[in-house]
Design a protein around this ligand. Structure first.
Ligand code: ZN
Length: 174
């Protein structure tokens, strides 16, 4: 390997999940639930963002959905075949469905979401037949970092007097 090659940052799955964690952090700082996502094509990030539902008054603006929309616009294709999604939290049913529509090839996610995640809740097993595209999954990638961020976010909100009743609060507020 040349010296130039050895100095290049290795863009492995940890590199991309760190980019997603950065997006989660930014979302949290903006008052959104700290979840971040990046879409990778040909070894490069083509879209990155965090949750934007609260600020955007948009119930569908989960990090994954916004990332898919940006990636599709950038690649000028509504199919994102051969792309990878990195997201810090296990996707919900809506987001997984959108990834199937986009034909995402591989999904890496961090922390599990036992109350809302498509796999953890058993929802996937019930509806798997309606998905006409199979996505390779790697669960738990850098999950400690993602879970810590969520936990701290909800603890801070609770400290400020905000009480949430959604699943994430129950899971990470403790
Ligand atoms: Zn979602």
């Amino acid at each position: 390997m040349t010296s130039a090659g050895s100095m290049r940052m290795i863009k492995d799955k940890f590199y991309f999940m760190k980019r997603a964690l950065t997006q989660a952090e930014r979302a949290g700082a903006a008052g959104e639930v700290p979840v971040g996502a990046v879409v990778v094509a040909d070894g490069a990030v083509v879209a990155r963002c965090g949750n934007a539902s609260i600020g955007g008054n948009d119930p569908a603006a989960h990090a994954e959905i916004v990332a898919l929309r940006r990636a599709a616009r950038r690649l000028k294709n509504y199919r994102l075949s051969d792309t990878e999604m990195y997201v810090t939290l296990e996707p919900c049913l809506m987001c997984y469905g959108a990834m199937v529509q986009a034909r995402i090839k591989k999904l890496y996610f961090g922390a599990a979401d036992p109350k809302g995640g498509i796999f953890s809740t058993g929802a996937f097993d019930k509806v798997a037949d309606i998905f006409n595209h199979r996505i390779d999954i790697e669960a738990g990638l850098m999950q400690e970092s993602a879970a810590k961020m969520l936990k701290e976010f909800f603890q801070a909100r609770r400290g400020a007097g905000a009480v949430e009743r959604d699943g994430l609060e129950n899971r990470y507020g403790g």
